[in-house]
Ligand binder design. Structure first.
Ligand code: ADP
Ligand code: MG
Length: 256
């Protein structure tokens, strides 16, 4: 692993579900300490791209490079799979996902939710994991909710717990898939504040979002996907302030 290489580099990625081509040659780079946002209409391939980046989903062509380390494949096309299971697990555990629907375990307390993967996947020592987990809950502003169950929390609090859970893996990057889309507007802002704070402390993040104001505020680079291809990309000032493509102008003015 290299500390200077981008955390994630995706080159010419192609992904189909059967005959449906969802990604048609996409390149994305997330350098360490940068925030890259992915925007685009529903169905443009944003979630698929995130899942291909952390190998939750297979792809048929192109490279996925994690911290300078190219994913090793066996086979090709529809029969291509990651060849090295240890490498796959290393990449998945280092690219923690935060989902729209939080995906907390309902039968576990918030603290147990945050501790689960570091203890069972990373085999870290419980006491040490618990101390760190409490620290992450404090960081996202729900230190007093450690012993309650997810159903007892608001959506915004549940999403902050999910962010604490992702942080507890001490990943090289965080991948967010529409983290605020399931929230009422007044709860959305508490999650936006946490994401902004993480960006300010230099976390590497890839952020799929419909929240253009958050994307504008936190991103170093914004990518507009359209039907599985990058239609336009650049710094947020350019993408939001002076969009070049007709499609991006249409997308932004539709108030997405
Ligand atoms: P976005 O996140 O931008 O809304 P997605 O990546 O979820 O887009 O989906 C892109 C396209 O792939 C859509 O047409 C969607 O219906 C299709 N798709 C996504 N997941 C699957 C799947 N598991 N099986 C078949 N088609 C899928
Ligand atoms: Mg999606």
């Amino acid at each position: 692993m290299s500390d200077t290489a981008p955390v994630i580099e995706i080159r010419n990625l192609h992904k189909s579900y059967g005959s449906l081509e969802v990604l048609r040659g996409v390149d994305i780079t997330a350098p360490a300490g940068h925030v890259v946002s992915l925007i685009g209409s529903s169905g443009s391939g944003k979630s698929t791209l995130l899942r291909c980046a952390n190998l939750l989903e297979e792809s048929q062509q192109g490279d996925v490079v994690f911290c300078g380390e190219p994913v090793k494949w066996r086979g090709s096309g529809m029969n291509r799979h990651p060849a090295d299971r240890k490498q796959m697990i290393r990449i998945r555990t280092n690219l923690s996902m935060v989902f729209q629907q939080f995906n907390l375990w309902a039968h576990m307390t918030i603290l147990q939710n945050v501790m689960e993967a570091p203890v069972t996947v990373l085999k870290r020592e419980r006491a040490e994991v618990e101390a760190a987990a409490r620290g992450y809950l404090e960081k996202v502003g729900i230190g007093d909710k450690a012993d309650v169950y997810p159903a007892q929390l608001s959506g915004g609090q549940q999403q902050r717990a999910a962010i604490a859970r992702a942080l507890a893996m001490e990943p090289k990057a965080l991948l967010f898939d529409e983290p605020t889309s399931a929230l009422d507007p007044e709860l959305e802002q508490e999650v936006v504040r946490v994401i902004k704070a993480l960006a300010e402390e230099g976390r590497t993040m890839v952020l799929v979002t419909h929240d253009m104001s958050m994307a504008r505020d936190v991103s170093d680079h914004v990518v507009f996907l359209h039907k599985g291809l990058i239609e336009e990309e650049g710094p947020p000032e350019q993408l939001f302030g002076a969009p070049r493509s007709e499609r991006l102008r249409g997308f932004l003015s539709a108030g997405q």
